[in-house]
Design a protein around this ligand. Structure first.
Ligand SMILES: Nc1nc2c(ncn2[C@@H]2O[C@H](COP(=O)(O)OP(=O)(O)OP(=O)(O)O)[C@@H](O)[C@H]2O)c(=O)[nH]1
Ligand SMILES: [Mg+2]
Ligand SMILES: [Zn+2]
Length: 294
């Protein structure tokens, strides 16, 4: 399924033809039960085997196939990789939101790439600040400018042959970067409000696009809030990959790395081996999850 449109689901078949489908019975009851990226079995409607003049036929979705991965926000199924896009400026990076997106990716065991965009707008101090926020993190980092073309070639390489979702706040340049990689996509891009320093939610829907160089990409509307659902606080530490080399050495087997004595993760934070901001984020998320449980 490549796009939801007014109660219909646009489904692309193996040959690239697109069918506007209704969902059958049980499948359509739950809203959001079929996500962009979902693989489905569908039956073209009588007389619609040959997609019409607009290149679109009609059909009915019969079955939803098992998912390899699912993200809640942006809502998308079966992607292999998340490109988290942040702008160095206009709007300034939201590390808290970034952390939440990374956690979703870790939870689904997806490849993660952080793209710091709009480097053309930032001075050296601003770049350093961003680098510090991400150091040392086990994620691939790409500095880019959709406007001037920096990093665009590498981004194209990272997308080739894979199924990737772009995620991040509104106005950071997700659609602009995709256009820079593949000008033929012709995605609509917007402006950032000077007054409130935020994007204007130009991309309105989640849409799966085929890349000319092979692979698929999902452009998504930016968002600014993301809450955790169904995540146990005990599991949170597992989703911070930089804790992994240390947590085996914690005195307690089920250490929460909050205030237990002999916590090797906290020691690593004090020793500068784990990014302090990321650890603070961990504390913050842990508290949030515990408050929710109670
Ligand atoms: N200076 C500069 N501006 C950029 C860059 N990338 C994007 N922009 C501008 O930032 C604004 C927002 O870009 P979009 O691509 O629409 O941002 P988006 O992340 O897709 O936003 P939503 O669709 O609302 O989520 C546009 O005015 C772009 O021209 C960049 O690298 N440098
Ligand atoms: Mg966009
Ligand atoms: Zn610990």
């Amino acid at each position: 399924m490549i796009r939801a449109a007014g109660g219909f689901f646009a489904v692309r078949d193996a040959g690239g033809a697109v069918y506007l489908c209704r969902a059958r019975g049980r499948l359509k009851l739950e809203s959001g039960s079929i996500l962009v990226g979902d693989r489905v079995i569908f039956r073209p409607e009588e007389g619609a085997e040959e997609p019409g003049g607009a290149g679109e036929g009609a059909g009915v979705i019969e079955t939803l196939l098992p998912r390899r991965s699912v993200l809640r926000r942006p809502p998308v199924a079966n992607v292999e990789q998340i490109v988290l896009v942040l702008a160095l400026k206009e709007p300034a990076p939201d590390w808290q939101l970034a952390g939440r997106i990374l956690l979703q990716g870790e939870r689904e065991k997806l490849a993660l790439l952080c793209c710091l965009n709009k480097i053309d707008l930032a001075d050296a101090a601003e770049r350093e600040e961003a680098a510090a926020a991400l150091d040392p993190l086990p994620y691939r980092l790409l500095w880019s400018s959709a406007r001037e073309g920096a990093g665009v070639g590498q981004l194209g390489e990272a997308l080739r042959g894979r199924c990737t979702v772009f995620a991040g706040p509104s106005g950071v340049g997700k659609s602009s970067l995709l256009n820079a990689v593949h000008p033929g996509l012709g995605l609509k891009t917007g402006t950032v409000s000077r007054k409130i320093g935020r994007g204007r939610h130009v991309t309105r829907q989640v849409e799966l696009l085929e890349l000319p160089a092979g692979g698929f990409v999902v452009d998504t509307p930016g968002f600014s809030r993301l809450s955790f659902a169904g995540l146990e606080p005990d599991r949170l530490g597992d989703l911070f990959p930089e804790f992994a080399p240390h947590r085996e050495s914690c005195s307690f087997r089920n250490c929460n790395h909050i205030h237990e004595p002999g916590c090797a993760v906290r020691e690593a934070v004090f020793a500068g081996l784990i990014n302090r901001c990321r650890y603070r984020q961990y504390q913050h998320f842990w508290k949030e999850l515990n408050d929710k449980e109670r």
